[in-house]
Design a protein around this ligand. Structure first.
Ligand code: F6R
Length: 614
């Protein structure tokens, strides 16, 4: 939800900012801009993709500063207030400063009226412009940047990460955050700030995460580039965080799309995620979380989108293996419907980014009510990771494509291992059974996922069949319904084909009226206990002219294959492994359908990867 980058150092700033924006483009991509801080504060911003901004800069829109400036800030936008236009793009500048913002200022109308009454003229429809002019008005009275940012944040309501350059401080950048991510780093060549790690990877793997309401100061005027943090009571030293990601992981590496590359990275992500959690062949979570889970009456899983769908699969594993009652909730609903919380029902948050505003708000609500919390996150050091009582890391590596794939695969695998551990500790599995299932997850699952990917030609064939459709349906039962929900989301998200998931048994209660000649229906059938029922539901669809693709296993094929128009047989029949392979197949089919349609797969319209507004 908007990406920001800043640099001050010894090198020309423009290429650093543009490359940084490209690495953050997944956060928003409707307009972009830079403010270059040199002899004069120069702002260039354009509606459209980053390439439009880059062309404007190359064509001389920033004048001499394009080559000369070594300090600047930049922004790629996902519009919240006002359409994607040049005027609404960031930075927002006054004579004294330029500012970029990720987040939402909720009291912008009030501030705007006050500032207009004081003589300011607004040029955009954005909330951000109110923040820029507010800081300007404070700085005009007392030109102390730290005091100005702090005073401004006392007036700002909402969520923000702000970065500011001042015309009279051409080598410095000031920043502050509340409820939105911001990281900073310093190397011999300069000091950096960014919304997320991929923007820093070409420069460093070491970075700092400022706490909320601390002022971050990037400077190159001293002996070496520096980044410093100032709280209300003075300077703060943060421990350095180190990420074990590399630049190649955050690049497309010869693939047409990040999404296709990331689909292929799922198997290794599972290996990296599960291996550190296994000792002597048994799961060892080494967390108070597990003791608590074993003793707890039930568990509540809270997340958004695809992460919530991984939670649904987690419910299947925990209920099936550990006989633990689990509820799964959408974070934005959980928070506002006055949930009944209980200290013996911990809350497990799932999040790839660890910065999703609704998930973070749910976590804070739980903690404020004294509920034990745990989180499964892919970005270590993210807000959710830092605030939860216990954290389990998925090691999917950086996920750049807006559509989440490998994060889902690793989250689902983690949930399966957690369920095995819980079942063993609660006495529902013997040690031998736990060992066997652990080996299945750590050794067989990654291989099965690789073998699933090897079925790509069959998926391409089905994608070509799906591409002309206006509507598609996904059906399944039990874990296969959980998987269908995710399959339908992925297809509509990136191909814009309207798709819905239905519990297969529910079709006849209304939805079947939507099935007409040729309507594609993707049936997921990995569960042997419901295969015969799935077969009946598929027959019902075909009897009404629907086209049925079934994704099944060797164990269910006998029941379901003859009821389908097409059949993809997964390489694993194991009830713990097969549903995850089934979802990977649906992810791949969605990818290829969008590719056949020529969609902008990595950056679907209207979306942004990291949803840091509520
Ligand atoms: C769908 C997708 C989103 C995210 C959701 C949660 O492909 O990517 O639905 O899963 O926005 O994001 P995280 O996992 O970062 O909390």
């Amino acid at each position: 939800m908007c990406g920001i980058i800043g640099y001050t150092g010894t090198k020309p700033v423009c290429p650093i900012l543009i490359n940084g924006l490209r690495a953050l483009e997944y956060r928003g991509y409707d307009s972009a801009g830079v403010a270059l801080s040199g002899r004069a504060l120069t702002t260039v911003k354009r509606a459209g993709r980053i390439s439009v901004l880059e062309e404007a800069l190359a064509a001389g829109a920033a004048g001499e500063e394009y080559q000369g400036a070594t300090c600047g800030i930049a922004h790629t936008r996902w519009a919240t207030h006002g359409a994607p236009t040049d005027a609404n793009a960031h930075p927002h500048a006054t004579d004294r400063l330029a500012l970029v913002h990720n987040g939402i200022i909720e009291n912008d109308r009030v501030l705007r009226s006050e500032l207009e009454a004081a003589g300011y003229v607004f040029n955009s429809e954005t909330d951000t412009e109110a923040a820029a002019k507010l800081i300007d008005s404070i700085y005009a009275q007392n030109p102390d940047p730290i005091a100005a940012l702090r005073a401004a944040t006392e007036r700002l309501e909402g969520a923000y990460a702000l970065a500011v350059v001042f015309a009279d401080r051409p080598k410095q950048i000031y920043a502050i955050r509340r409820d939105n991510p911001l990281i900073a780093a310093a190397t011999a060549e300069g000091a950096f700030l960014a919304s997320d790690i991929p923007a820093l990877l070409p420069h460093t793997c070491d970075y700092y995460r400022p706490d909320e309401d601390e002022v971050v100061v990037l400077d190159t005027e001293g002996a070496a580039p520096s980044v410093r943090f100032f709280g209300r009571d003075g300077e703060i030293n943060h421990p350095v965080c180190t990420v074990d990601w590399n630049v190649e992981q955050a690049e497309r590496g010869g693939y047409d799309h990040f999404m296709r590359k990331e689909l292929g990275e799922g198997p290794d992500g599972v290996r990296r995620t599960l291996t550190p959690l296994v000792h002597d062949g048994l799961p060892l979570f080494n967390l108070p979380l597990l003791d608590r889970l074993c003793d707890m009456r039930s568990l509540r899983i809270v997340a958004c989108g695809t992460a919530m769908h991984a939670g649904l699969m987690g419910r299947y594993y925990l209920e099936r293996l550990a006989r633990m009652p689990v509820t799964v909730e959408i974070a934005s609903e959980f928070r506002y419907r006055s949930p009944i919380l209980s200290a013996d029902e911990p809350i497990l948050l799932l999040s790839q980014s660890g910065e999703t505003a609704d998930t973070l708000a749910a976590l804070r609500l739980a903690r404020a009510n004294g509920i034990p919390t745990a989180a499964i996150v892919n970005v270590i050091g993210s807000s959710v990771a830092r605030e939860a009582d216990a954290v389990l890391a998925t090691h999917a590596g950086p996920e750049i494509a807006v559509a989440s794939t490998k994060a889902y695969t690793t989250q689902a695998a983690m949930m399966a291992l957690l369920a095995v551990a819980t079942a063993w500790h609660r006495g529902y599995l013997t040690e031998d059974q736990a060992r066997e299932m652990t080996a299945a997850l750590t050794d067989r699952l990654p291989v099965a996922l690789e073998q699933t990917i090897a079925l790509e030609d069959q998926m391409i064939e089905q994608a070509e069949r799906l591409a002309p459709a206006q509507h598609a349906f996904y059906i399944g039962r039990g874990p296969d319904y959980d998987g269908s929900v995710e399959g339908a989301l992925k297809l509509k998200e990136i191909s814009y084909i309207h798709s819905e998931a239905y519990a297969a048994g529910e079709l006849k209660h209304g939805t079947i009226s939507l099935i007409t000649e040729g309507t594609p229906v993707v049936a997921l059938s990995t569960d042997t206990t419901t295969a015969a029922k799935m077969a009946s539901n598929m027959r019902e669809v075909r009897a009404r002219g629907g086209y049925v693709l079934v994704i099944c296993t060797e164990a269910t094929k006998g029941e379901v294959a003859s009821c389908a128009d097409a059949c993809i047989v997964l390489p694993e029949s194991d009830p713990i492994l097969a549903p995850i392979c089934g979802v990977l197949t649906e992810h791949m089919i969605a990818y290829h359908t969008a590719r056949v349609l020529g969609c902008d797969i990595d950056k679907p319209r209207n979306l942004a990867k990291s949803v840091t507004v509520e």
